[in-house]
Design a protein around this ligand. Structure first.
Ligand code: G6P
Length: 611
């Protein structure tokens, strides 16, 4: 998500911070800001990219030897200057840059507003800055004491760097859930959300742990826990080249993003699930939930991978809410004068929030009187601004063109929407609702396990690297997964691949099967399991090579298939999220072996802003 860099030493901080922000820009780029200390503390911030900030700062001669900067990927509040970081507390004593989400910000904000404190932004970060200031003033505390007290009241995730203007010889840094690393120099120190902006100055780093608080001076480092226990800093030497680190050691962004899925999905449901698993609360749908529950039809519109997530959405909504669903390619929908009745719900799914066809379809649906709901990843992008309500996936920036974590987080949101609505309509009982939520919460751990097939997928890729065609089959919830698996393979390895409902194979694709045809069968255990066994037999009878994605411990299909990749057992509703993991890994490794440009495949773009 957001990028943070802080510096304290004797060199001009401004240049170090701007350069650092440029290196961190891949983490977010909707607004940027910095604070410099030199007697007084001056703040510069703007909407847009780091180069816009650089241009703004270049008009001032102000500099300092202490400072911090931030490049934002918005979570709370649209990208604009007011919501950009640093955020300043109401008396101006605390200046904060933050990466993460303060989950209990609404409660804290209400409490502080009750004390007469006025807020100027929509960010959760300002709530934290004001909470610290409030404690500082009320308790007559030191900055360190106020920060510690405030952080003990905060729930959620944060990587923070804080300047107290009354104690301007130090930077405070704290971490929970969002990474922070200190760069240890000679007479100077750095702090950043990853080592990218630090390695050109020092190779000696300290990784902060959750609940650590660092007090950083130019020639002194104090590390404590939030319980005020002193910690001995463990300095490590990093041996990474610039440019490698932004991929956090992975060879490609795509692989990094595949491996980020446990975290991404956790961020999707974080703060939206009641602690006792008795309910889901999607704040962005609050005003439309009642209308949704009375709707007689849902239309889902999207493109590419998001359309595949939409197909899974159809299965969810029909099963759990009994509302009929249609899933449409946005490009088709917008040009065929679709019939939309008042009371119809349209759900637009888009990672980027900028896809031209989806955006046009959203505008059309609204003109025709539908309530339009967005499921997007990029906060403040065009689609969320055009819709009546929406839910962000909070997957973090997706850089690889082939979408991975965007897909699984979209599916997570669709499942949550269907469960919440189904429960509201009385179709899902309290106990089943709780069972579904409990399983949802276990999904990040199960994905972690599913990622364990990476080495096996790599081995398999050696066998299939030179194939010219591949068939992907699945039934029920696993049919959209078959489509997505085939899309991943063709996008990045340029092998022709088709996804099909397994039973439909008999009506055409079976003619293609021979001993050279790899057939990937997504066959984890659900209601369609028995049926798909028959389909595998039909393929084997024609000498096709079967690669089966199965549930851990499966004995029947494991004996029939030529190769198997296992995923943990789960409820049918989540089978797609788990089964897609081996398919992502398989296509990734095949593409790497074929020497393809995995992150930027030919002819494709991450965000298609032309129709
Ligand atoms: C492009 C991307 C795909 C993506 C599709 C829809 O084709 O390469 O990965 O699925 O656009 O993008 P969206 O941002 O609307 O989800």
């Amino acid at each position: 998500m957001c990028g943070i860099i802080g510096y304290i030493g004797s060199k001009p901080a401004r240049e170090i911070i701007i350069n650092g922000l440029k290196r961190l820009e891949y983490r977010g780029y909707d607004s940027a800001g910095l604070a410099l200390v030199n007697g007084e503390t001056k703040i510069f911030k703007c909407k847009g990219r780091v180069r816009d900030l650089e241009e703004m700062v270049s008009k001032s001669s102000f500099n300092g030897t202490i400072g911090m900067g931030h490049t934002r990927w918005a979570t709370h509040g649209e990208p604009n200057e007011l919501n950009a970081h640093p955020q300043v507390s109401f008396k101006g004593n605390f200046i904060v840059v933050h990466n993460g989400i303060i989950e209990n910000y609404a409660t804290l904000k209400k409490h502080l507003q009750g004390r007469g404190i006025v807020f100027t932004s929509q960010t959760d970060t300002e709530v934290l800055a004001n909470l610290i200031e409030h404690m500082y003033i009320e308790g007559d505390l030191t900055a360190e004491q106020a920060i510690t007290l405030a952080l003990n009241r905060v729930e959620g995730a944060y990587g923070l760097v804080i300047i107290c203007s009354k104690e301007p010889d130090k930077l405070f840094a704290a971490k929970k859930g969002s990474p922070l690393v200190i760069g240890v120099g000679e007479g100077e120190n750095f702090i950043a959300s990853d080592a990218t902006p630090i390695v050109e100055y020092t190779q000696r780093v300290i990784y902060l742990n959750d609940d650590d608080l660092a007090i950083i001076r130019k020639d002194e480092l104090i590390l404590k826990t939030l319980k005020n226990e002193q910690i001995k800093p463990e300095v490590k030497k990093i041996d990474l080249k610039l440019g490698e680190i932004d991929k956090e050691g992975f060879d490609h962004f795509m692989l990094k993003e595949i491996f980020e899925q446990p975290r991404a999905i956790h961020d999707t449901f974080r703060g939206r699930v009641l602690p006792d698993h008795s309910g889901i609360m999607l704040g962005g749908l609050h005003d439309v939930l009642e209308t949704m529950s009375q709707s007689e039809r849902i239309i889902i519109i999207a493109c590419g991978t998001s359309w595949h997530a939409g197909l899974l959405g159809e299965y969810f909504f029909e099963e759990y809410t009994r509302i009929p669903v249609e899933v449409e390619y946005a490009s088709e929908f917008r040009y065929r004068n679709p019939i939309i009745k008042k009371g119809d719900i349209v759900i637009a799914i888009s990672q980027s929030g900028e896809t031209a066809d989806t955006l046009a379809a959203v505008k059309l649906a609204r003109q025709k009187g539908a309530k339009v709901i967005g499921i997007c990843n990029v906060v403040g992008s065009s689609i969320p601004r055009e819709t009546d309500a929406g839910v962000y996936t909070h997957a973090g920036p997706e850089i690889g063109v082939a979408s991975t974590k965007a897909f699984t987080t979209q599916v997570t949101v669709l499942a949550m929407m269907a469960f919440e609505l189904g429960h509201l309509k009385g179709i899902i009982s309290d106990s089943y609702y709780k069972e579904l939520i409990t399983e949802l919460v276990s999904i990040p751990g199960k994905i972690e396990k599913a990622l364990g097939v990476n080495e096996q997928a790599k081995e398999l890729s050696k066998i299939f690297r030179d194939c010219h065609n591949a068939l992907y089959l699945g039934r029920g919830y696993l049919f959209p997964v078959a489509l997505e698996g085939a899309l991943k393979l063709k996008e990045i390895s340029y092998i022709h691949a088709e996804g099909y409902p397994a039973a439909e194979m008999k009506h055409g694709p079976i003619a293609l099967i021979d001993e050279n045809m790899p057939v990937v069968v997504v066959a984890t255990k659900d209601d369609t399991y028995e049926k798909i066994i028959n389909n595998i037999q039909e393929i084997k009878a024609r000498k096709g090579k079967v690669i089966a994605i199965v549930t851990e411990g499966d004995e029947i299909i494991s004996k029939m298939a030529d190769y198997v990749l296992e995923v943990p057992e789960t409820l049918a509703a989540f089978s797609g999220i788990l089964a897609v993991i081996p398919l992502q890994l398989l296509s990734y490794h095949i593409a790497v072996l074929r020497g393809c440009n995995v992150d930027q495949p030919r002819n494709l773009a991450k965000s298609v802003t032309v129709e």
